[in-house]
Structure formats: structure tokens, C-alpha cells
Design a protein around this ligand. Structure first.
Ligand code: GRE
Ligand code: ZN
Length: 326
């Protein structure tokens, strides 16, 4: 019943794989996982096929890379996209601790014409903050927003590992570091971190300066939909040119990425335009087969019309990313 596009799908580059760090050790300890994570070929496509995914927009996993390693990562991903042009598309990895270089790399990878490196990515996926804890609400990032607007590509803001300050803030004397990290990261904290970042960008006037900027957030909107009324009320005192509601309706898109419940979607369908909602899996942290089950539940739930379902499955993403999957 038609194509499926997913767009929060990760890989670990050869550059990041070679770095000795505790995260790589953690991933290696999960049987079979490291192989799936670092692979850009048949194994990934088999998972896609099992979940009827037509096209994956692939991005790097969280973790700040230097400008040189970002280029290597993007070259590696571009090669995979060239090998499987009907199954893979790419989001660029950007060195966000160097905003000037980040803008430059976005232009190198996403320019539709005269891209001498032959890379035609459809946007970028960036960590919600740098390893040092820097967010992107400062004027030094205007270069990047400007490039994204000019290229007309979205920037996906993805959760990332807590900085030292964040980890300290989350740390309880009664909990192990392992439990702390699961609370501070994928269990809750890094989702609220992305939500907070969206508020910071809005409050700093980024969307007033760049009214055509397109931002994607995952995991059913990183809890923003649930808090939308309260955010609107608070932010109405910040004297921005456009209300948070206008920005939500015009500048933000969200994906389902590995949040397999209909409850958050019920909330989203009440306060968010259906054409803003895009299906995603969050491979390899989540599997396409589980996503498909969720899509089937959604279909029989009667929560969305056939047209809305088609939008969620692929049409909204195809339009935003200018992808041709037919
Ligand atoms: C994710 O992308 O959602 C993710 C990671 C790392 C660990 C868990 C997780 O990037 O869900
Ligand atoms: Zn993810």
C-alpha cells in the first residue's frame, strides 16, 4: 500500500568507529548491534524490507565529530547513497562546535547544482548540543540557519549524550552511573533537552530572523506537543514577531522515531497539522518491523484518514525533502 520513507535512521561512521570511547564499548557489548550500526548495505536493507520501508534517509549517530571527520563521514555516506540510490538518502553530519565549518559542510553536501563532490544530501541531522554543552541559539549559528534557508533543506535536531554539566545535574547519590545515564539520555532527559532547545531557539529570535527555516524533531515531537498550550502562554511574553504557534505550524516538523504508541499521536493530532507528522523508525535502535506494526495499529485505529496516513507514511517527507520514491 504505497511507499514508506523513514528519516531518523542512523549509522556509525568508520571515523567514529575508530575512536576509543566508552559508548563504542557499550554498543559492542550488545550482540550483533555494532555490525548493524556500522553497516550501510544488505543487512540494513533486509531490515527495511522486513518493515516495508522504501527509503531510509540515513544520518550519523550522536557524537561530536571534527570538521575533517564530518567530511569523511559524509563522503562515506554519499558513497552508500550512490550505491543504493533508490533505497538510501542522506542527512549531513556537521561540526557544530565550529559554526562556520558547519555551514560550509552543509553547502558542500546539500547544494543541488554544481556540487563538485557529487553529494546531494537532503538536509542535516545535528546533535542537540555540542559535547561541551553549547546550544545553537547564539548569533554565531546564523550562518548555518542562513545556509539552510538558502539551500531550502531542513535541519533535524536530534538528542545527544549529556554534557558533563547535564550529567552532574542528573546524578543522584542513590543511583549507579548506568541508571543515571539511561534517565539522562534515551529514557527521558535528552528528549526534554531537545524540547528546551527549541524554546531557546524561539526565544532567541532565530525563527524571526529566519522565517523560512525548517526544523525537524523526532520521538513524537520530543514532548513539545504535550506542553504546547503552556509553551504558547509563557512565550507570548517574549515579544517575538511570530507566536510560538505560528512557528510550530510553519517551521517545525516531527517524526515518530521509535515511539511506538498511539497515545502521543492522539495528542499530536489534536494540536498539530497532520502534514507535519512523518513516520520514522530510529534504526538500528528500533526495528522497521516494529514500526510497521505501529503503522498497522494506526491504520485500524481510525485515528487518521487514508490521506493523512499516506502523508505520515511518505508524502509529507517526500515533499519536505523533495524525494522521488515512485
Ligand atoms: C537514538 O538515536 O535514538 C539512540 C542513540 C543512542 C542510544 C539510544 C538511542 O543514538 O535510542
Ligand atoms: Zn535517533
Amino acid at each position: 500500500t504505497g511507499p514508506i520513507i523513514t528519516l531518523e535512521e542512523h549509522f556509525l561512521s568508520r571515523a567514529a568507529k575508530a575512536q576509543p570511547n566508552s559508548r563504542n564499548e557499550m554498543f559492542k557489548a550488545i550482540p550483533g548491534f555494532f555490525e548493524e550500526f556500522t553497516e550501510l548495505g544488505p543487512q540494513r536493507i533486509a531490515d527495511m524490507d522486513a518493515g516495508q520501508v522504501t527509503m531510509q534517509v540515513i544520518s550519523h549517530a550522536p557524537g561530536d565529530l571534527s570538521a575533517a571527520l564530518c567530511r569523511d563521514c559524509n563522503d562515506q555516506l554519499a558513497e552508500a547513497v550512490r550505491s543504493y540510490p533508490r533505497r538510501f538518502a542522506g542527512f549531513a553530519e556537521l561540526p557544530m562546535h565550529e559554526p562556520h565549518e558547519a555551514a560550509k559542510e552543509l553547502r558542500r553536501t546539500c547544494s543541488r547544482e554544481n556540487s563538485k563532490d557529487g553529494i546531494k544530501f537532503v538536509g542535516a541531522l545535528v546533535d542537540s548540543h555540542t559535547e561541551g554543552g553549547l546550544y545553537y541559539d547564539g548569533p554565531e549559528f546564523d550562518l548555518l540557519w542562513e545556509a539552510a534557508e538558502q539551500l531550502d533543506v531542513p535541519i533535524y535536531i536530534h538528542p545527544t549524550w549529556p554534557s558533563e554539566q547535564l550529567f552532574t545535574a542528573y546524578k543522584s547519590p542513590h543511583l549507579s552511573d548506568d541508571v543515571t545515564i539511561s534517565i539522562a539520555a534515551w529514557g527521558f532527559g535528552w528528549h526534554s533537552d531537545v524540547a528546551m532547545h527549541i524554546l531557546r531557539l524561539y526565544a532567541a529570535g532565530v525563527f524571526d530572523r529566519f522565517p523560512k527555516l525548517k526544523i525537524i524533531i523526532g520521538h513524537m515531537g520530543e514532548m513539545v506537543p504535550y506542553m504546547l498550550q503552556r509553551i504558547q502562554r509563557v512565550s507570548s511574553r517574549w515579544e517575538k514577531e511570530r507566536s510560538f504557534r505560528e512557528v510550530w505550524d510553519n517551521n517545525l516538523w516531527l517524526t515518530t522515531s521509535g515511539n511506538w504508541a498511539l497515545d502521543p499521536l492522539a495528542c499530536i493530532l489534536r494540536n498539530t497539522k497532520p502534514e507535519r507528522i512523518m513516520y520514522s523508525v530510529d534504526y538500528p535502535f528500533s526495528k522497521s518491523r516494529d514500526g510497521l506494526k505501529w503503522l498497522q495499529e494506526l491504520e485500524v485505529s481510525g485515528m487518521v484518514s487514508e490521506e493523512e496516513l499516506e502523508g505520515i507514511r511518505w508524502k509529507n517527507a517526500a515533499k519536505l525533502l523533495k524525494l522521488d520514491v515512485n
